[in-house]
Write a protein that binds this ligand. Structure first.
Ligand code: ASP
Ligand code: MG
Length: 413
């Protein structure tokens, strides 16, 4: 039997009529002859609401208790969806991560999946049941509940697809697919029919927001074909696959902006071996990921400045860690990262210059630059982020003739 994993996000299960729609889609897939495993998120903005309630009680709530709290959201959606599927005449069973054994590391708020036990799932599939699994949550070897980080249901879905050897993992959401950039900011953004795992990874890390980055990593590693498609339309959306299956016409596939970065500048670091190792070793040891890094040219000053970016949610922790090693530093969250991404930029010279020129023409100052084989990112002032995004989208000719249907609020500046 071929297995299809379908993941439905919060907006797709926001109320009972939407849950009925999901039930319909699942049953249709089963009628196509597939074993169906559905992964759902919490209904609508439930997770945000739970976070807000906890913060009303405490500014920095305990991470274990936050996982206990947030994992309840998905618990509600799985049971309601299983009820809806049964009411529509098919057989279904819901499971949370503890019942299945979605085993994770012993870390709260951003645990990684180590292993998924498939016995219960295989039995239920063999019995003809549609399986409904709670996304976003996991369990440690000690039986502690963990969560995978915000947006983590995508990762639950792909990891389940990999563990079950599924044919496809379809991520159903409120957008039609992956766009060249956020259509809420650039209405003539184009929908991509296909994007490579690597491009999608860079887009996800660069703040494209459609997918949890870890889900793409797992899909790439296990070769799971993924689709991002609309819950409310029949359209096939965007296929995420290996680059070898694609024809690349353009240097740049997409443009993204990440508003959730903070810049840390450490000044007067003695120009001696071991300082950077100590700083970044300490940050890594405390689970803080660093993104862009630059060190100034030391010359005869005998000191350097080291600047780097971290996720704003790690800024306070980073301040504490840096403050224990160095005296002279500052942290700012008035920054945004804008990135251009494309497998087509390999072996095409001049792409960076085009990017800098497009920003310069808008009078946008570049604070930091970083590159990878298929991505160039510039850190700019936060208030310039949308202007930068629009300029880059235009400069790399990513516009479509069609105006995208825009859903949701504009991301805050
Ligand atoms: N409910 C979780 C969140 O809002 C997980 C998810 O939706 O993927 O982040
Ligand atoms: Mg999501």
């Amino acid at each position: 039997m071929t297995i299809v994993v379908q993941k439905f996000g919060g907006t797709s299960v926001a109320d009972t009529s939407k849950i009925k729609n999901v039930a319909k889609r699942a049953i249709a897939e089963q009628k196509n002859g597939h074993g169906v495993v559905i992964v759902v998120s919490a209904m609508g903005h439930t997770t945000d609401l739970l976070v807000k309630q906890a913060r009303e009680l405490c500014a920095e709530p305990d991470e274990r208790e936050m996982d206990m709290l947030l994992s309840t959201g998905e618990g509600v959606s799985i049971a309601l969806l299983a009820i809806a599927i049964k009411a529509a005449g098919a057989d279904a069973v819901s499971f949370n991560a503890m019942q299945i054994g979605i085993m994770t590391e012993d870390v709260h708020a951003k645990a990684r999946i180590k292993e998924i036990k498939t016995k219960k799932l295989e039995q239920a599939l063999a019995a003809g049941k549609i399986i409904v699994v709670a996304g976003f949550q996991g369990v440690t070897d000690d039986g502690e509940i963990t969560t995978l980080g915000r947006g983590g249901s995508d990762t639950s879905a792909v990891a389940l697809a990999a563990a079950l050897g599924a044919d496809r993992c379809d991520i159903y959401t409120d957008v039609d697919g992956v766009y060249t950039t956020d259509p809420r900011i650039v209405p003539n953004a184009s929908k991509l029919d296909m994007v490579s795992y690597d491009e999608m990874l860079e887009l996800a890390h660069a703040g494209a927001g459609v997918l949890h980055p870890r889900s793409v990593e797992i899909a790439k590693h296990y070769g799971v074909p993924m689709r991002v498609r609309s819950s409310f339309k029949e359209d096939l959306g965007t296929l995420i696959t290996g680059v070898e299956k694609m024809e690349i016409h353009k240097a740049v596939t997409g443009v993204a902006t990440d508003l959730s970065q903070s810049r840390v500048v450490v000044m007067n670091v003695p120009d001696k071996p071991g300082n950077a190792a100590k700083l970044f070793g300490e940050l890594a040891g405390q689970g803080v990921s660093v993104d862009m890094i630059i060190q100034s040219y030391g010359d005869k000053n005998e000191t350097n400045d080291i600047a780097f970016t971290v996720s704003s949610s790690d800024a306070a922790k980073t301040g504490e860690i840096v403050g224990k090693i160095f005296k002279d530093f500052e942290i700012s969250d008035n920054v945004a990262k804008v990135s251009i991404i494309g497998a087509g930029m390999i072996d095409r010279p001049g792409i960076a210059a085009m990017m800098f020129d497009a920003l310069a023409q808008q009078g946008i100052n570049i604070l930091m630059i970083s590159t990878s084989e298929i991505k160039i990112s510039c850190l700019v002032d936060k208030v310039e982020a949308q202007k930068a995004l629009k300029a880059l989208h235009k400069a790399f000719e990513l516009e479509s003739d069609v105006i995208a249907e825009v859903k949701g609020d504009l991301p805050p500046v």
